[in-house]
Write a protein of this length. Structure first.
Length: 169
């Protein structure tokens, strides 16, 4: 006989907020693919809301599991017959899609508002993010004097104009 699942309030909220995230992402994707310029706010809001809700869902799942290492263990080994493993992977993959969609939506809006073409803006954000992942920062003026020239040199080699030249002008 199967044991009845014990769903605590954290898991109830996890499912509820996960549903909101899925609905927000679906609405944003429909508006993004079939809407017009008037729908940009719906697209941006939907993607960002789904990203935020997925982040909260991840925290709720980790709280329910008791320790972050249990969640990371589930992400490290996919088990097809384990519902918790499937749920953790769905959460991770959906979170990745929500992040990419949010970033693309925001960078497209910023590119429209500024002079930089979308591809250049996306490349700038990618290089900037990778430099942060490698340990570079710009919290202090000294750190900025190290990171910004390196970022500008990399972008120049990729054929992207200096993004900080317009800021200084």
């Amino acid at each position: 006989m199967l044991k009845s699942p014990e769903w605590h309030l954290l898991i109830v909220w996890y499912f509820f907020l996960g549903g909101i995230a899925g609905g927000a992402y679906f609405t944003a994707a429909i508006a993004d693919n079939f809407g017009g310029p008037r729908d940009r706010n719906v697209v941006r809001t939907g993607y960002i809301l789904s990203l935020l809700m997925i982040g909260v869902c991840g925290m709720l799942l980790i709280l329910d599991l008791g320790t972050p290492s249990r969640f990371m263990n589930m992400m490290g080994a996919f088990k097809f017959k384990d519902p918790m493993s499937i749920g953790a992977w769905v959460l991770g993959v959906f979170g990745l899609f929500a992040f990419v969609s949010s970033a693309l939506s925001l960078s497209a809006d910023e590119a429209r508002a500024g002079a930089a073409p979308f591809v250049n803006h996306a490349m700038h954000l990618t290089v900037h993010g990778v430099l942060h992942l490698l340990g570079f920062d710009h919290e202090t003026s000294h750190e900025a004097r190290v990171m910004e020239p390196l970022e500008t040199r990399i972008l120049n080699e990729l054929g992207v104009a200096d993004p900080y030249a317009t800021k200084a002008a």
